[in-house]
Design a binder for this molecule. Structure first.
Ligand code: FNR
Length: 361
């Protein structure tokens, strides 16, 4: 195959060819039957457009503002762990690519590079994703380091009290991640009982007691705005607003946690309606095309985050590959906006898409 992909999906093929099976499966895989993994993509395909014609689309402006920070398009980099398996420069390369595209990267708590390495790699607005460990001082210290290194918001991942069952990783005996941020802070014993060291590491570290009251604990530790990641229901969206988070991220963790959780795009509107404009709603899961970005915006998301395609771009072509992935999605979004008759992201409305629910009405 030509090594210069023409769409984001083609980077996945290159990544599959380039990576050891264990690491490709770690990036690509989902939980158990991978039902939700397939649905995350398929649910987008069931949404169609209601394009408007004869609108002057000579000037398209995709800029938007996320928590007060201007970005070139409503497309951000989702937090994903262990970029070092994809490329020797790891998250530093990803961060530079995001900065070059003038967009926001969310750095994973499970990054291979340190917070300081990423912070000093280039000037950009970045958010920090937080896992809460049983040893809470570990999470507290990493958050403090992110804050003092200029990260602008904290993304609390709330859908991972325990690690989802990823059978490929168990089969491949995936090794525990090398997390440089934790050096000197934490030592865990690899005891995989025939499964994966990765799973054993997660069960030793993640705090399954994390609950709604801990939002107050988190607030007491940081001045940063808090985004809550992993919301999939109206009930939890309302609770999130009540406890005072600054934004909500509709996400099923790229289908790596609870299999048979709904495709994130299929519950976006429910969450948006429950939030009723109180806080911004961001979105991730299955975004592979500019048309997907448009659909999520039409259903009420302020921006989308990209997970696996960024990793595939990084694997195939390093920093340049991540840039290409983000640029391709931006270019496709620009064309989708033009062909739907929308000149700015504010022009994208619910009336521009038709969902399955609409057909039943
Ligand atoms: C993730 N995701 C994730 N989320 C998080 O909050 N912290 C993390 O460390 C990780 N790590 C991670 C690793 C890998 C390999 C993947 C694929 C995903 C989930 C991620 O932030 C996001 O929710 C999904 O990746 C979005 O779905 P797509 O774009 O991959 O379909």
């Amino acid at each position: 195959m030509d090594s210069e992909p023409v769409n984001v999906r083609e980077f996945q093929k290159l990544a599959k060819e380039a990576l050891p099976k264990m690491h490709y499966d770690y990036y690509a895989g989902g939980a158990e039957d991978e039902h939700t993994l397939k649905e995350n993509v398929k649910a987008f395909q069931r949404i169609t457009f209601r394009p408007r014609i004869l609108i002057d689309v000579s000037n398209i402006n995709m800029e938007t503002t996320i928590l007060g920070y201007k970005t070139s398009a409503p497309i951000m980099v989702a937090p994903t762990g262990s970029h070092i398996y994809a490329h020797p420069e790891g998250e530093v390369a990803t961060a530079r690519a995001a900065a070059a595209c003038n967009t926001i990267m969310v750095l994973s708590f499970s990054s291979s590079c340190t917070i300081e390495e990423v912070a000093s790699s280039c000037d950009a607005v970045r958010f920090y994703q937080l896992y809460v460990y049983k040893k809470r001082y570990v999470s507290a210290q990493l958050l403090a380091r992110a804050e003092s290194n200029g990260f602008k918001a904290v993304v609390l991942t709330a859908d991972t009290p325990k690690l989802g069952r990823r059978e490929a990783d168990i089969r491949n005996k995936l090794t525990a991640p090398q997390l440089k941020n934790l050096e000197g802070l934490l030592s865990v014993e690899a005891d995989s009982k025939g499964g994966s060291d990765f799973g054993a590491f997660a069960s030793q570290t993640l705090d399954p007691s994390l609950n709604w009251k801990d939002i107050a604990w988190l607030k007491s530790m940081t001045k940063l705005p808090i985004l809550l990641k992993g919301v999939l229901t109206a009930e939890d969206a309302q609770k999130a607003v009540e406890v005072g988070v600054d934004a909500i991220i509709v996400s099923n963790h790229g289908a790596r946690q609870l299999d048979y959780a709904p495709a994130s795009i299929s519950v976006l509107e429910e969450v948006v309606q429950a939030v009723a404009g109180a806080v911004p709603v961001l979105f991730d899961g299955g975004v592979r095309r500019g048309t997907d970005v448009f659909k999520a915006l039409a259903l009420g998301a302020q921006a989308v985050m990209i997970g696996r395609p960024v990793i595939y771009g990084l694997t195939a072509k390093g920093e340049y590959g991540v840039r290409r992935v983000l640029e391709m999605l931006k270019d496709e979004l620009e064309l989708t906006m033009s062909l739907n008759g929308c000149c700015t992201v504010k022009d994208i409305t619910r009336s521009h898409v038709r969902t399955e629910g609409d057909r039943l009405r």
